[in-house]
Design a protein around this ligand. Structure first.
Ligand code: GUN
Length: 284
């Protein structure tokens, strides 16, 4: 039976470390403010934003909450980003995605000062990741690297398979594992479905980030593998589940993250740690 990786406990540790650093920086007169921008009325996004603001409060990070109407124009949003870029009290800027369809998300992300890009989505930060340079990293893969490290799961020389190739998770995840000397395979929606099980079976570290409920089954998993489930899906009964079929997977895996209580809490905690890193970068 697999060891359960406790994302909730690790996230609490990450938040505690961030809170201590926020206090230290504040004592030196360095502000760690986070601006959170939400455009429109998407209920899911509003829930995520509330959770992020709560985390800020817990870590002593002063947050500013910008709720903009659905009809906000590109110019208005770009102007807000520029104002926040120039505000010395703001260390981090987060524009909640997805944006309403009439807005150009790429242009908004590119307009954020890369040292304030606490999501790690800016092309400069992604470029830094590709080049192996220090910079702000996307929260989900950064949290997964922390989890692997905390549980002593060494990735060097291991086979890592990532299922999913999003810019937020799959691609940066593959680069971070590669930077730690793993051998990387990325499977995605165009991977031959007859090959998928075999590819997954080669994984010492399997990261499921495809958004399909319970797609990865126990028999696809190499005995003893570390299985990291990024999914936040609903099963046929409407119950929260991951991209991994947990019940069959935990019989085979060596370690596994549950949903909920695995990757999700760590993603949120890494945002706090990115705000601290951003403040430090801006103030030497
Ligand atoms: N929407 C879903 N996940 C995220 C995230 O990590 N950051 C932002 N800004 N929006 C999101």
């Amino acid at each position: 039976m697999a060891l359960r990786i406790d994302g909730k406990r690790l996230a609490a540790d990450v938040r505690a470390r961030a809170a201590a650093e926020v206090a230290e920086l504040a004592a030196r007169g360095i502000p760690c403010g986070l601006a959170v921008v939400l455009v429109g009325d998407d209920q899911g996004s509003a829930t995520y934003v509330r959770a992020k603001l709560r985390d800020c409060e817990q870590c002593g990070i002063p947050s500013r909450d910008f709720k903009l109407p659905e009809q906000t124009t590109q110019d208005e949003l770009m102007e807000l980003v520029r104002t926040l870029n120039d505000d010395p009290g703001i260390a981090g800027i987060l524009v909640q995605m997805p944006l309403p369809r009439h807005l150009d998300a790429e242009a908004v992300v590119a307009a954020i000062d890369p040292t304030k890009d606490v999501d790690g989505f800016h092309p400069e930060n992604l470029g830094r990741l590709v080049r192996g340079l220090p910079g702000l990293r996307p929260c989900t893969p950064a949290g997964i690297m922390e989890m692997l490290d905390a549980y002593g799961i060494d990735v060097s020389g291991k086979n890592a398979v990532i299922v999913g190739r999003s810019s937020i998770v799959g691609k940066p995840m593959s680069l971070m594992l590669l930077a730690q000397n793993a051998t990387i395979s990325v499977a995605h929606s165009h991977t031959d479905p007859r090959e998928l099980a075999r590819i997954c079976q080669s994984a010492d570290i399997l990261v499921a980030a495809c958004g399909i409920p319970k797609m990865i089954k126990g028999p696809w998993i190499k005995p003893g593998a570390a299985v990291i489930d990024v999914g936040m899906d609903r099963d046929e009964d409407g119950k929260l589940c991951g991209d991994v079929d947990f019940d069959s997977a935990e019989l085979v895996a060596g370690a596994i993250t549950p949903v909920p209580g695995g990757v999700g809490p760590m993603t949120r905690a890494m945002l706090m740690s990115n705000v601290v890193m951003a403040a430090k970068m801006q103030h030497g």
